[in-house]
Design a protein around this ligand. Sequence first.
Ligand code: FES
Length: 108
Amino acid sequence: MFNKHLIPNAQNLQEGKALNIKVAEYDLLITKYEGKLRAYQNLCPHQNKRLHWSSEDSLDDGGDYLKCHHHGALFSPKDGSCITGPCQGAALKKATIGIEKGNYYLLA
Ligand code: FES
């Protein structure tokens, strides 16, 4: 996949917000849940489409769940599992995040 890639502005990401970033050919969603950054591939398990193009719209209105805007699937920001929608029981693929000298990185 990739070795180590800096997540820009990760330190400033707030709970209930998301960042969309592209690393090599992968689109990723970064979100913060219970104070911890979580990263998932931006690829809905229902029809393998991007959840959304915009960071601002990658979560539901309350900022509680990652949301696929194609058919409304909602995913837990804690573990990427689909809690409702056409792919209920499936999950977003996780990516690993590491911290080095205060910076956050995606790791292979
Ligand atoms: S493609 Fe995501 S819910 Fe259908």
